[in-house]
Design a protein around this ligand. Structure first.
Ligand SMILES: Cc1ncc(COP(=O)(O)OP(=O)(O)O)c(N)n1
Ligand SMILES: Cc1nc(C(=O)O)sc1CCOP(=O)(O)O
Ligand SMILES: [Mg+2]
Length: 210
């Protein structure tokens, strides 16, 4: 696999959204530099997840981009995605690694350095760390950890840290400066008037720092 992408687009499958149109627009701007994480609502059926993930995997393959699947690792395997992402309510990281195999990309959510070290020891290849700022995309999250929280985790591990939660092109530089390898977004692209332009602005913001 080419070097790991620094901009992760997490699909927005809330009612009224068009995740495939957003993915197409983002790929038109970022191409192989993009990682798309297919994330469906908790109540979505496996069939719905499979159908969306299959279509996103095909779009990513055509663009040379990486496709990951959130939570549902059997769906990741079924569509031939590059890997998956798990958090506290999903399979434990070591079990996820056994399911996906040794070569897959495996992301794990970590909110502290200690949790990050444990996830890496269990087989995570990158960490999703947040929420960095308030977000309206997901309920029930702990208080935002800001750049200092990113620095705490990034300083504790030697895998890429992907900052998530309320991230925008305006805030991405301070997160990268704090140690994030990249960022993951939902609303900054999905809610943008021009998702392709928003993607380009995020990429530029990430790479402006280092
Ligand atoms: C890059 C990235 N970081 C964190 C998460 C959150 O995963 P999780 O804690 O399992 O919560 P859900 O997304 O499953 O609701 C993520 N998806 N991606
Ligand atoms: C899915 C998710 N996980 C988070 C975490 O902190 O674990 S924040 C989040 C939502 C990110 O959406 P937006 O970019 O619109 O804020
Ligand atoms: Mg999860």
């Amino acid at each position: 696999m080419p070097s790991f992408g620094r901009l992760h687009l997490v699909t927005d499958t809330r009612p009224g959204r068009d995740p495939l149109a957003v993915v197409r627009a983002a790929l038109s701007a970022a191409g192989a530099e993009l990682v798309v994480q297919v994330r469906v609502e908790d109540l979505a059926s496996d069939r719905e997840a499979y159908d969306l993930a299959g279509r996103v995997t095909d779009l990513c393959a055509a663009a040379g981009a990486t496709c990951l699947v959130n939570d549902r690792l059997h769906v990741a395997l079924a569509v031939g995605a590059a890997g998956g992402h798990v958090g506290a309510l999903d399979l434990p990281v070591d079990a996820a690694r056994r399911v996906l195999g040794p070569d897959a990309v495996l992301g794990a959510t970590a909110r502290t350095g200690e949790a990050g070290r444990a996830a890496v020891a269990a087989g995570a290849t990158y960490l999703g760390v947040g929420p960095c700022y308030p977000t309206s995309t997901k309920d029930g999250l702990p208080a935002p950890i800001g750049p200092a929280g990113i620095a705490a985790v990034a300083g504790a591990v030697d895998v890429p840290v992907i900052a998530i939660g309320g991230v925008t092109a305006a805030s991405a530089p301070e997160l990268v400066a704090a140690g994030a390898y990249g960022v993951a977004v939902v609303g900054a692209v999905s809610s943008a008037a021009d998702p392709a332009r928003a993607t380009a602005e995020l990429l530029a913001a990430i790479t402006a720092v280092r």
